[in-house]
Design a protein around this ligand. Structure first.
Ligand SMILES: *Cc1c(COP(=O)(O)O)cnc(C)c1O
Length: 385
């Protein structure tokens, strides 16, 4: 086996901890759908889905048909799979035959799905997505009459698994009014359809931030992504949560599932006054020791972290110096005893010290979401206790 420059480790016990916490927040009545789009937020669908199934998860949400296919390949529990976004009409028969659930948000897909289901002699499992104010996808109020007609006409070929919407930024208090409006539009739509005798099985609107901050959004099912991986959707959601806890419980209940590690490739002494790396972005202000790590922006380590990122070596936090290259970065190890082959932690922690993606996020104005999902497919993923 040829080894790779870095490896990702996934902690089964951290995932169990996070899912327990989320379930405890939700209570027993709300179904938890595990969102694994974006290659399970960079964790790896192939590894993450069986890990989640081991914790009792039986419903997964993905963005597109291709991801649904990946989940199906690795699911050993015949879990339900729901596509929230893209599926080409050509792939609808595959989805319907395999009992994959999917959002419908326009007539083309809805009618095509019903017709394919009819020809296959099965029902298409659909979730009706309602436009409530995100203005991205969903049936808006002007199309409701026609929607009801189609649903009634094609009822024989459709299994209405759910009715849903997506909220426009529940992680920020600035969107409070907009979200309240969205909920009200959603509830009115559900009521309107009920009068037409259309009764989708599950109502669902909440992502991680909404489920934590607005309990009314939980309804029958929540679509939880970022929280299960041990990250907060943003600082406001975390602060809101802490605010509701008793003094003795004011701590982060989540544990990072991911740890991203590499090793020191080489070390070098640099004289004061020299520039380090390309161009003149870093000037050695003293005699320095530098460690080179074989991870760069092609491996998902953002260039924005040039001169800003942090890593852990031998239990010490060290800084990235100079520009992040395509395949390498340099760390300032002047104060640390480091040699070739020593372990470098790029995300995650040991012994209480931790490199969080969120701290990068603040530094680089990027969200956890983006940094995680940029982790390439080809980095090996290893499941640990
Ligand atoms: C990504 C996504 C979610 C999950 O969002 P998190 O903030 O990661 O919990 C839920 N619903 C939809 C429609 C999504 O696209």
């Amino acid at each position: 086996m040829i080894s790779s420059p870095s490896k990702i480790y996934l902690s089964q016990s951290s995932l169990a901890n996070n899912l327990d916490f989320i379930r405890q927040q939700l209570g027993d009545e709300v179904l938890l759908s595990s969102v694994v789009k974006g290659n399970a937020y960079g964790h790896g669908i192939a590894q993450f889905v069986p890990m989640a199934e081991q914790c009792g998860i039986r419903h997964f949400s993905v963005f597109c048909a291709d991801e649904a296919h990946q989940v199906k390949e690795v699911s050993s529990e015949k879990s339900d799979i729901m596509i929230m976004g893209d599926i080409a009409n050509e792939d609808l028969s595959w989805a319907i035959e395999n009992g994959i659930e999917f959002f419908v948000f326009e007539f083309d897909r809805l009618i095509e799905a019903a017709d394919i289901a009819k020809s296959l002699g099965v029902k298409a499992k659909v979730h009706i997505e309602v436009e409530t104010g995100l203005n991205r996808t969903g049936f808006d109020k002007h199309s409701l009459t026609e929607l009801a007609e189609v649903l009634i006409k094609k009822a024989e070929h459709l299994s209405l698994e759910g009715i849903c919407t997506h909220l426009a930024g529940a992680e920020s208090i600035a969107n409070h009014v907009r979200i309240k409006k969205q909920l009200s539009v959603f509830n009115q739509t559900v009521k309107w359809l009920k009068k037409k005798d259309i009764h989708p099985k599950k109502k669902h609107t909440a992502c991680s931030a909404a489920a934590m901050t607005y309990p009314k959004t939980r309804m029958d099912m929540v679509r939880i992504g970022i929280l299960q991986y041990g990250f907060w959707p943003g600082p406001e959601t975390f602060i809101h949560f802490l605010g509701k806890q008793k003094a003795e419980n004011k701590q982060d209940p989540l544990k990072r599932v991911i740890k991203w590690k590499s090793t020191v490739m080489s070390t070098k002494s640099i004289a004061r006054g020299e520039f380090i790396g390309y161009g003149n972005s870093y000037l050695a202000h003293q005699d320095m020791r530098v460690a080179t790590v074989p991870v760069g922006y092609s491996h998902g380590y953002s260039r924005v972290l040039s001169n800003q990122g942090r890593a852990l070596i031998n239990n010490t936090r060290v800084g990235v110096i100079g520009l992040v290259n395509m395949n390498m970065m340099m760390l300032d190890v002047t104060e640390v005893d480091v040699s070739k082959g020593d372990e470098v932690i790029l995300i995650g922690g040991d012994n209480g010290l931790e490199i969080s993606v969120a701290s990068f996020g603040e530094l680089s104005n990027q969200l956890n979401y983006e940094l995680l999902t940029r982790l390439p497919y080809r980095i090996p993923r290893i499941i640990t206790k």
